[in-house]
Unconditional design. Structure first.
Length: 212
């Protein structure tokens, strides 16, 4: 069923997570996020928690998300969406899976994160929300094939952050045989004050001294 037809079918009607998940997985990965956007405008916006849970599923099981956002006939901004959930007091930590909570709890208070970006993202500086603790993992996403980018024209971003700046953690499975990859969901602040970075690095340095 075309995405617009699904939107019209569920407009102003309730839908639970299981129904939405089945709809997502009935279509290809390069259409799932566009379907989430349609469902969000039709009905999910009325239930922030279910909206977040369906968002998470669509986000973790889609390819080329930003192209899908551009292709959608409905307006949608990733960061604005997540900020709106914060305003509505959605508890992101409580909605983590147990392995994600364990991963988050074991993170240091100060950490360096990485994100591989293509040329377009590098130029417009509208950086995405997924970051990694692994430099090597992030580099793989500079030329990530499913995103259909021009090879060799992106770059690696690095950011030193406080643990409290992390919005949530997603465990993403590329297939059932491979182990999960933990993604740091972080909304980069445009004008982050240098003193915050210095304080974070100083704490990290002190922790290193006292642990050796």
């Amino acid at each position: 069923m075309p995405i617009l037809n699904i939107h019209n079918k569920y407009k102003n009607k309730s839908i639970n997570y299981n129904e939405a998940e089945q709809l997502l997985h009935s279509i290809k990965r390069n259409e799932r996020f566009e379907l989430f956007i349609a469902l969000y405008h039709a009905t999910l916006k009325n239930n922030p928690i279910i909206a977040y849970e369906v968002f998470r599923e669509a986000y973790c099981s889609s390819d080329n998300i930003y192209a899908q956002i551009e292709n959608s006939p409905f307006s949608f901004n990733l960061k604005d969406f997540l900020i709106s959930l914060q305003v509505k007091n959605v508890d992101f930590y409580s909605l983590m899976r147990e392995n994600e909570k364990k991963y988050y709890n074991n993170l240091p208070n100060c950490l360096k994160i990485y994100r591989g970006v293509n040329e377009k993202e590098s130029n417009n500086k509208n950086y995405g929300i997924s970051w990694s603790l692994s430099r090597e993992e992030a580099i793989n996403y500079i030329d990530f094939k499913p995103n259909k980018v021009d090879k060799g024209k992106g770059k690696l971003l690095t950011e030193v952050i406080n643990k409290r700046d992390i919005l949530t953690v997603f465990s993403v499975y590329e297939n059932m045989k491979a182990p999960a990859k933990n993604e740091i969901i972080y909304l980069k602040k445009k004008n982050r004050h240098k003193t915050q970075i210095i304080q974070c690095l100083f704490k990290k340095f002190l922790n290193w001294i006292f642990s050796n």
